[in-house]
Structures are given as structure tokens and as C-alpha cells.
Design a protein around this ligand. Structure first.
Ligand SMILES: *Cc1c(COP(=O)(O)O)cnc(C)c1O
Length: 373
């Protein structure tokens, strides 16, 4: 068995055909027609009126935060257990992130802790659906209504997932997706904002394109970014979108096969298969080592690597990031569930390109490592 990377994408549809069309017609920049078509089809898929394609999920988050006018002295409630992309523009704008700890079973933000953190300064709640199960949205939607807050929904790991039958990405005032190669559909690098609000959509398009103005081309009223998506990326994205349903079916197969193969290993916590409101789509297949094993994720990952199995650690909580703590931010803040997950959690290969044979090898290898401890 050769090395099994933690992720390999699957490019099995019209990707080549659409790319060839870009090259033959010369339309390779963001002006090409695949961009608009991808935006339209993707927005439709998640039941939103507007899609704004961008160069990454991170860029989409920057724009989402800016488009809601979040800035100095505003507070944004968000999970501490997430990727750095979620917090960057909040910090840069001078706003203040207010963290929430995780639920130890769904691995998402514990929504029961949110209301107590709402103040007069709270402007928005940022939802991040983690690893394959959505955040329990109803309590968040109720709070947003009660306190007149905006919702930013990070659905970067949730293409094709639903909450009580409604598409993830359709809950935010503004929602974002990523098309990095380990997501359920990819454009190599890329992202998308979706919204039903025409004005917000207009703002997002402007921020994506340096806030150029139609009438006065090089005169700027505001600062934006060049976060445009190319026609080449959108061509791949459109082809991937045609296969999204198949990709989700396969991801669930992969997850369920691991569930079956790993269920009898003692002292490890596996992902929940279901909640009342969703069935896991296993964006990644995470494992948490229980204290009884007396070993950290880092050491197990090393052992797996030596047996040719690729892994990744879980997210590292925002309140512990050196870039913030060395400035004295988030001092004395503690979020024990997230801290434990960061130390004891990791994920194993589960990309769309993996074979069942590789999955069986990974499971067998993990089992034998844990039995030998
Ligand atoms: C992948 C991811 C992002 C960032 O997307 P990029 O396209 O890599 O910039 C943001 N949020 C979450 C939750 C992600 O998983």
C-alpha cells in the first residue's frame, strides 16, 4: 500500500470539457460566462437568489463581514473552534469576537451558551458548521429575531447538507462556501457568497472587485479586494456541481464504512451519525481520543504517518492562537470542550478519491496502533 493522503479530490465529470471550452474561446478571466452560470446554478442549489463567486472561502468571509458594516466596537459571537479565516476580518475591522465553546458530541458551537453572551454591542452571530453536521439553527434564528442580529453562516464544509430539510447556506443573512480541493465540490481554489438580499449582493460584488465604480472607473469611495474567481475555476466548479449529489452519497458511504470498521475500538469517540435535524455528511472523518488512552492526537498521528496514513489535527481554538495571545487578547478565557478537542482530535483520510480498500487499510492500521498502546 502506498501512502494514503488525507484528501484526494474527484474530477470525474465535465471538468475537462468545460476547461477546454475556456481555452478554445480564450475566456479565462473572471469575465467569462462560466462564472455567471456557476453563480446562478450554485445559488439555486442552496435556494438563494444571489451567488457571488470569489477566489476563496476566506475571501468570502472577509467580504461577508465587511458587507454587514461590522467594525470598531461591534461584537460578533462565534465558535472558538474554527479556522482562522472566520476571524481575520473581524479583528482587522476593529470589531471584537465573542467566543462560544463546543458541544462535545456534535462538535459544533453549543447554541445554549449564546444568549448569555449577547450585549448591546452584539451585531452578528457567525455560525460555522463543523466537519459534517450542521449547527442547531432554530435557537440561533430565534435569537437573531429576538435581538435583531445578523447571521453570517459559514457553510464551507456543508455543500449538499441540510438542516431539517433546508439547505445549509440558506440560513444566513449572508452565507459562504469554499471550493478548496478537500470540500465536497472544488474549483482548485475558490469560494461563494450567497444571499437573498439584493443590496448585500451588490455590496459583495463591489468588495470582490476592488470597489471599482461603473461610471467612474478608477475613482473609489471604499476599499475592496481583488477576490475575483476566474472562468477556469468556475468551469471546474460547474462540472463539480453537476456531481454534488453523487459526491454527498459517496461521502456518507465513506463515513458509514469507517463507523462500521472502527466501532469496536475502545476509548475513541467517533462522529455522530445523526442528530434530530441532520444526517452527517462527513466533510472529514474525525476521531477524538479519550483520556483513558493516555496519549495525545499528535503521537497517534505520528504513528499513523509511519504506517503511510495521512492525517490532520483538529482546528486549534481561536482564543489560544499565538497571533492573538501575544497581543494580550482573550487572556483568562477558557473553553474546555474546544481545548480538549484540539488536543485529542484528528482526522483520517476520507477524500472523494479514496477507495474502500484504502479505507479498510486505514481502519485496520488505527486499530492495531491503539491495541498496542
Ligand atoms: C475551508 C474552510 C474555510 C476557508 O476556505 P478557503 O477556501 O480554504 O479559504 C472557511 N471556513 C471553514 C469552516 C472551512 O472549512
Amino acid at each position: 500500500m502506498s501512502f494514503i493522503p488525507v484528501n484526494e479530490p474527484l474530477l470525474s465529470g465535465n471538468e475537462k470539457k468545460y476547461l477546454q471550452e475556456c481555452i478554445e474561446t480564450g475566456w479565462i478571466s473572471s469575465e467569462g460566462s462560466f462564472v455567471k452560470e456557476f453563480e446562478k446554478q450554485f445559488a439555486k442549489k442552496v435556494d438563494r437568489k444571489h451567488g457571488i463567486a470569489v477566489s476563496s472561502g476566506t475571501g468570502a468571509l472577509d467580504i461577508a463581514v465587511a458587507s454587514l458594516g461590522i467594525g470598531k466596537d461591534d461584537e460578533v459571537i462565534m465558535p472558538t473552534f474554527t479556522i482562522i479565516s472566520c476571524i481575520t476580518q473581524i479583528i482587522r475591522s476593529g470589531a471584537k469576537p465573542i467566543f462560544i465553546d463546543n458541544d462535545p458530541f456534535t462538535w459544533n458551537m453549543d447554541v445554549s451558551q449564546v444568549e448569555a453572551k449577547i450585549t448591546k454591542k452584539t451585531k452578528a452571530i457567525m455560525i460555522v458548521h463543523i466537519y459534517g453536521l450542521p449547527v442547531d439553527m432554530q435557537p440561533i434564528l430565534d435569537l437573531a429575531k429576538k435581538y435583531n442580529l445578523k447571521i453570517i453562516e459559514d457553510a464551507a464544509e456543508m455543500h449538499g447538507q441540510t438542516y431539517n430539510g433546508k439547505a445549509c447556506g440558506s440560513f444566513g443573512d449572508i452565507s459562504i462556501f469554499s471550493f478548496y480541493p478537500n470540500k465536497h465540490i472544488t474549483t482548485g481554489e475558490g469560494g461563494m457568497l450567497v444571499t437573498n438580499n439584493e443590496k448585500l449582493a451588490e455590496k459583495c460584488r463591489s468588495y470582490r472587485n476592488l470597489c471599482f465604480q461603473a461610471q467612474k472607473r478608477f475613482v473609489h469611495e471604499e476599499l475592496g479586494w481583488n477576490y475575483r474567481m476566474t472562468n477556469l475555476q468556475a468551469a471546474v466548479g460547474l462540472a463539480q456541481l453537476e456531481n454534488l449529489n453523487k459526491h454527498v452519497v459517496r461521502k456518507r458511504e465513506i463515513g458509514n464504512l469507517y463507523n462500521e470498521l472502527l466501532k469496536n475500538i475502545p476509548n475513541i469517540q467517533l462522529p455522530l451519525q445523526n442528530t434530530d435535524y441532520a444526517e452527517n455528511i462527513y466533510w472529514v472523518y474525525g476521531i477524538i481520543l479519550k483520556d483513558e488512552l493516555n496519549i495525545t492526537a499528535e503521537k497517534i498521528m505520528k504513528k499513523l504517518g509511519a504506517e503511510k496514513v495521512g492525517t490532520r489535527p483538529f482546528f486549534y481554538p481561536m482564543h489560544m492562537q499565538p497571533v492573538f495571545t501575544k497581543k494580550g487578547l482573550f487572556k483568562n478565557e477558557k473553553y474546555p470542550v474546544a481545548e480538549n478537542m484540539a488536543q485529542q482530535g484528528f482526522y483520517i483520510p476520507s477524500g472523494l478519491g479514496i477507495s474502500n480498500e484504502q479505507i479498510k487499510y486505514v481502519a485496520k492500521t488505527l486499530k492495531s496502533i491503539i491495541e498496542k498502546l
